[in-house]
Write a protein that binds this ligand. Structure first.
Ligand code: ADP
Ligand code: MG
Length: 371
């Protein structure tokens, strides 16, 4: 196996992978919605595709499900090309954002629908329905109308309906999109636990970075039809390889500037607002720089930060209290607004707007990309 620069596998292990895409392209007229996408998903893996609205996620998924045909490239499941296999014969099942439950049917009828279509006899179907409802926490719900369920319960029916068919691969297209924030947080954990318990391969698409980071073994970050980077949530967060990934995954201070050459501790850059910094990365001329709020060390006096080549003095302009994680907005000469995570404990925990503050960061924390 070879890895090309962005972590996207150059060749692939289609026979041992549950799903493999090779140079898949989809054009709608002159518009290239999916642009040469190559990746594979291992058995039992929770793999997410994360990207902004319109970047081609649903189109990619519809091709895997068999609802769209690629313009070129190949899609393989367990080593077998799917191009000539119709949607209803592919060993995949899809959960939609709308859930697409049948409102006139009971929970049991919804879950059993696919089994009936597949010709599974009534007794066996009944047993499988009971078993799956038990495993998703809906034991005894067979006769309940789906219209009488809560949002979270409906979500579980949609998952049960999909898993009861024992697909090789489950495709989930923004399945939590319709839920309110609190339920979404809860369902993230629940989906992850279900996936682990069933050990089924999940391909999950979302525009919500927190969903992708929390649930996935690996994430592909997609932009304008292409995969920018594939990696574990940690890799993407700590080692973004492109400016798009750095800006899309996690929170960051994003600044423009220009380089002024290699320094002893890293690459020198001058922000458009005036501050001179040392960062990590490449590029000459116009660059953008990314700094995570939690990578900034804070001190009552800048002298405490003497081990950091980047250290400055400023003033707290705002304290954004947010329960577990508060953020300071800091004003300093030569900087645009700077957001830094405030540690929960320690001498600065009660700091107020107007207080003087020292801040600093390691060169490795400041990621520099060509603009
Ligand atoms: N059937 C279609 N005909 C023409 N353009 C389409 C069609 N389906 C999707 N597109 C276009 O392809 C792009 C990607 O869409 P989509 O895959 O739905 O993105 P996402 O799911 O990431 O929001 C969009 O510009 C969209 O307008
Ligand atoms: Mg979509």
């Amino acid at each position: 196996m070879t890895l090309v620069g962005n972590g996207v596998r150059g060749d692939f292990m289609s026979d041992s992978a549950d799903l493999a895409l090779l140079s898949v392209v989809k054009e709608f007229g002159a518009h290239r919605a999916v642009d040469s996408v190559t990746f594979d998903v291992a058995p039992g893996e929770f793999f997410s595709i994360l990207g902004p609205s319109g970047c081609g996620k649903t189109t990619l998924m519809r091709m895997i499900a068999g609802f769209e045909h690629p313009t070129s490239g190949d899609i393989r499941i367990r080593g077998k090309s799917m191009l000539a296999v119709p949607a209803n014969k592919r060993p995949v099942n899809m959960v939609f954002q709308s859930l697409a439950l049948f409102p006139m049917m009971s929970v049991g009828e919804n879950v059993g629908y696919g089994l009936a279509c597949a010709g599974v006899d009534k007794i066996e179907a009944g047993q499988r329905i009971t078993r799956i409802l038990d495993r998703v926490g809906l034991a005894g719900f067979e006769d309940r109308p789906v219209t009488k369920l809560s949002g979270g319960q409906r979500q579980r029916v949609a998952i049960a309906r999909c898993l009861v068919l024992e697909p090789t691969l489950v495709l989930l297209d923004e399945p939590l999109g319709a839920l309110d924030l609190k339920l979404r947080e809860h369902m993230k954990l629940e989906l992850k636990q279900l996936q682990a318990a069933f050990n089924t391969t999940f391909l999950y698409i979302t525009h919500d970075q927190s969903e992708a980071l929390v649930m996935s073994d690996r994430v592909a970050v997609m932009n304008k039809g292409r995969f920018e980077q594939v990696g574990s949530p940690r890799e993407l967060y700590h080692n973004p390889l492109t400016s798009f990934v750095a800006g899309f995954v996690g929170d960051a201070n994003v600044w423009n500037g220009s380089t002024f050459g290699a320094q002893a501790t890293g690459l020198g850059i001058k922000l458009s607002t005036g501050a001179a910094l040392v960062g990590a990365g490449s590029g000459s001329g116009a660059v953008s720089a990314y700094l995570r709020p939690e990578a900034i060390a804070l001190a009552a006096v800048p002298g405490e930060l003497s081990s950091l080549p980047n250290r400055f003095a400023g003033t707290v302009s705002t304290v954004l209290f947010d329960g577990a994680a508060s953020t300071l907005v800091i004003k300093a000469e030569g900087f645009p607004h700077l957001r830094a995570t405030l540690p929960q404990a320690g001498p600065l925990a009660g700091i107020m707007a107007g207080a003087p503050i020292g801040f600093g960061f390691a060169p490795e924390a400041l990621k520099i990309f060509p603009a």
